[in-house]
Every structure is written in C-alpha cells, then in structure tokens.
Design a protein around this ligand. Sequence first.
Ligand SMILES: [Zn+2]
Length: 311
Amino acid sequence: MWARCIVVLCLWLPCAVAPAFADGYYDLAPQRIAPDTYVFLGALEAFDFDNHGAVANSGFIVTEQGVVVIDTGPSRLYGEAMRAAIARVTERPVVRVYITHAHADHFLGNNAFAGVPIAALPATAQTIRSAGEAMARHLYDRVGAAMRGTSVVVPDEIIDRRADPLVDYGDHRLELIATAGHSPADLMILDRRTGVLFAGDVVFHDRAPATPHGDFAGWQRALTTAADSGFRIVVPGHGPVAENDTPLEQTGAYLRWLAERLRAGAARGDSAAELMFEPLPPRWAALAVQPAEYRRSVTYLYPALEGATLK
Ligand SMILES: [Zn+2]
C-alpha cells in the first residue's frame, strides 16, 4: 500500500509541478547567431509582471570542452529555463558561467547553475555580495512570483585583470575584456573564433541605455575598446544583435547627448522636474523604454551635477 503511494507520488510530482512551473514564466528559444553560438533575447521593456524580468540578453557557446554561459538572467526559474533550452541544443555540460556585471537582470539566475564555476570581475563579485539581496528584493517587487526560489549566488571565481585575458575552450579562444563605465566593472567577452562580442551593458541597441551607475567618460572608453576589439557580430546587453557597429555608435551618441543635456540644464538652473519633462529629440524618443529611462537618468545623475554647478 505504502509502496504504491510512494510510486504514485513519484510519478505525479515531477510532471505535475516542476516543468509547468518553470515553463509558465520563461519561454526561452535560443537563436543561433554564429557557429556554436546562441543568444536569448530579452524584452525591450522595463521590468514588469508580464516579462518576469527577462529584459536582458544572455547567451551561450557550445565548445568541445563544454558549454560556456554568459549571464544568467533575473531569477532562478530563468536560469533553469536556460539550462533546459541549452540541453535541447547539446548534451555537453555547462562548464563555466561568466557574469558581465552586477545588475539584477544579468546574474540572479546563478542559483540554477549549482556546481558550475561562476566567474566575474572583482568589483562585480563584491557588489553582488554586498547589494545582491537588496537587488533581488527590488526585482521581486517589480516582477513578483517569477522570482520565487531565487537566492543570491556570489561568483566564486574572480577574474584577475593582470592575468592572461585569453582562455581556450576547445577551439574557441575567448578574450576577457575588463572595462567599466556602465557600472563599476563591465566584462565583455570576445570569441576570437567566431568574432562574436558579448558586450554586456556597455552596448545597448534601439533601447535607451540604463545609466543609474554610469560614468560617462569611462563608458565612452569602454565603447572605444569594444569598437577596437575586431568583433564581427555584437551582442548588446539589451536589444538586437548586429553585424556592424551601429549599436556602439548609437550608445555613444546617446550618452554624449544625455551628458550635454544634463550639463546644460544645470547651467540654466533647471530643476530636476523641469529637465525630466523636457521633450526628447525624435531620435532618442524612438528608443524603447523612453521616456522612462531618460527620466530615471535625470533622477539618478542630476542631483550631483546640479549640486556641483551651484557650488
Ligand atoms: Zn542590463
């Protein structure tokens, strides 16, 4: 009798609960963009209850040595959906995860990758350790139940900026490019074999750049580094993949325009509210998540600039 109950339970639980649970939130279809190279494109939106926080791009490279994952998305369930989608492409195990930077939409899927080394730049690991819980709570407020079971997993492998930036996975030679500017540490990964550059949030495409932790000068330097890397295909952190440097130029031009608008506003003595509701030029109004992202930029960046100008 008991034996039969246990058998019935075992038959029921996995199919009745687990797959439907994960699949209900994230329907991840990998897009092949180059040999062995796939991306999951995020929604060109801010976090909300419908997109479940899946607004950033993530990806993976299938090599003879196993699968290399770049960014893990906003939640445990997203990470699990990634793993299921990867398993439909290859039987090879995931052997390493790289986290491009410490923003919630890029690393909160880490706890779906137990047992896999998770590598990041030092400041990325440090920020996740100190602020990860607060970021997870914030995202839970914005997207709700899709976050269930998510816990913060700090990267356990620190990328030494002085070490050789080239790492071989089979015949895929990856170049780890350490920059900063979108955030205090922004990792880009160039696959020298395919020419694919996973640029993280150094590059946005047709979506307004998110700037709360931005440093304009550093960010422009990072864009120059990306442009000089010799890439053939660029995977932005947000927005469509491109085979040219249009997304880099777009991101750079937007940041120059934004910096100048904030500077001019401060020079005129505009209040943050005045500046926030000033209309956007058509080119920048046409980007996704506008004018919300522009207003967020004013909220985060203007007070310091205003203060410095008043002094
Ligand atoms: Zn992002």
